[in-house]
Write a protein that binds this ligand. Structure first.
Ligand code: GDP
Ligand code: IMO
Ligand code: MG
Length: 425
């Protein structure tokens, strides 16, 4: 079986945990989009891993790991991750493959991300400042790019970098009056990156198709969430890649028809980091309760996440555009202790009720939530092993969300550990 796991909200749904669980029965885990803006947490025993570029399967010593063409690779972050795992005696040698066509995030991308966000001031997008937007923009622009395969020819790379950095410096000076960057300094770093990363670099598309032909089971790991998708999310408050399941094929060269099951991950409520519309947001005591109890602070940036009620309209949309077959719901335990729970079942926009999520910002910013209220529960859920062990109100909450989103919820998370997962069916 080949699976694809994607987030159905605005990221941080718990994809890392779900991928780690599914990786037990997968031969190869593939990251196909995004970059070091992602932060995927995997908790194994007492160890907690926060992975930004390595697939979440990497913590399992025998699982193959692929960073495919659609990922934008920050070599500093990747090398650090490889070294962190090595310190814990987890080696990537012989099982990590990086696409020669993956684009590289360099210092000038991060500089551009930062300068642009600073200049936008109150209109900023709230990016992770990891250089993601500028790197994908260069990819689409084609003229000023560095890809993994460029590390194979350092002389050519050196002159390429001089051209790129000269161009970037003109822009930085003209728009932001910023200090120039030094191409040769960046080149020296690239020599180190080449030494460390070329042994892993290959044609991952060929590898993936050979693996499929050889009967291997693949697990495709989405980054970010469907509502941050560049084309289908809440533009412009999105990331710069197709982070819904629709980005999978382009991001790794494997058609969606090879995926047996698309699994969408949700939280039992909603969170969002960065700016942009969030109809079910609770910027109040309830939001703070969820933030504290769920430890809702960014894995990558440490920023407090904005918290709100579960939004069935938004999730139904992500399921619809993404062809999602089943759903994993994380963080049900976080809702313990709330007397009542609200679920947004429709939006009201200019007096009209709709259950189809308007990704268009002008309409979404006018959306008010139509809520239904359910009784909460006070019991701690973190020790529950079976769905029937959960308080009836918690079971009913899951079942009601299942009805609203029209797909089965087959995993329920009751804590961050692998073992704190209830399997249904
Ligand atoms: P990702 O980006 O989708 O992989 O999610 P993150 O790792 O950024 O954020 C999810 C956070 O929730 C992490 O700290 C996880 O350890 C934690 N987590 C995952 N599932 C559960 C759950 O069911 N309950 C609780 N309490 N924490 C969870
Ligand atoms: P994972 O994979 C949550 C958000 C940023 C910002 C917007 C654009 O851990 O779920 P970018 O740096 O991509 O240009 O920022 O997207 N964002 C995420 N939010 N989880 C993520 O990844 C995110 N990756 C990007 O906060 O609002
Ligand atoms: Mg995350």
């Amino acid at each position: 079986m080949n699976y694809c796991v994607v987030g159905l909200q605005w990221g941080d749904e718990g994809k890392g945990k779900v991928v780690d669980i599914l990786a037990e029965h997968s031969d190869i885990v593939v990251r196909y989009g995004g970059g070091a803006n992602a932060g995927h947490t995997v908790v194994v025993g007492d160890s907690r891993f926060a992975l930004h570029l390595l697939p979440s399967g990497s913590v399992r010593p025998d699982t193959g790991c692929v960073i495919a063409n659609g990922v934008v690779v920050d070599p500093d972050v990747l090398i650090q991750e490889i070294d962190t795992l090595a310190e814990k005696s987890i080696s990537l040698d012989g099982r990590l493959l990086i696409s020669e066509n993956a684009h590289i995030v360099l210092d000038y991308h991060k500089q551009e991300d930062r300068l642009r966000e600073e200049s936008l001031a109150k209109n900023k997008l709230g990016t992770t400042i990891r250089g993601i937007g500028p790197c994908y923009a260069d990819k689409v622009g084609r003229s000023y790019t560095v890809r993994m395969g460029d590390f194979r020819n350092l002389e050519t790379l050196k002159s390429k970098l001089r051209t790129i950095v000269e161009y970037k410096n003109k822009i930085f000076k003209a728009l932001y009056n910023a200090e120039p960057m030094d191409a040769d300094e960046i080149f020296e770093k690239c020599k180190v990156y080449a030494g460390r990363l070329l042994p892993f670099t290959t044609d991952t598309t060929e590898f993936l198709h050979k693996s499929i032909a050889g009967g291997k089971s693949l697990l495709f790991e989405g980054a970010q969430g469907s509502l941050l998708d560049l084309d289908h999310g809440t533009f412009p408050f999105v990331t710069s890649s197709n982070s819904s399941s629709l980005g999978m094929s382009a991001g790794c060269g494997v058609p969606a028809k090879f995926v047996d099951k698309f699994i969408g991950v949700i939280k039992a409520y909603t969170t969002r980091v960065g700016a942009g519309p969030f109809p079910a947001e609770q910027d109040n005591e309830t939001g703070q309760y969820i933030r504290d109890k769920g430890n809702e602070y960014g894995t990558t940036t440490g920023r407090p996440r904005r918290c709100g009620w579960f939004d069935a309209v938004a999730v139904l949309y992500s399921i619809t555009i993404g062809g999602i077959d089943e759903v994993a719901m994380m963080h049900l335990d976080t809702l313990s202790g709330l007397e009542e729970l609200k679920i947004c079942r429709a939006y009201k926009i200019y007096g009209q009720e709709t259950t189809f999520f308007p990704a268009n910002e002008a309409r979404l910013s006018q959306a008010g939530c139509v809520y239904e209220t359910m009784p909460g529960w006070s019991e701690d859920l973190t020790e529950a092993n079976n769905f029937e062990d959960l308080p009836v109100n918690a079971q009913n909450y899951v079942r009601r969300i299942e009805e609203l989103i029209g797909k089965p919820i087959t995993f329920v998370g009751v804590g961050p550990k692998r073992s704190q997962t209830i399997f249904r069916q």
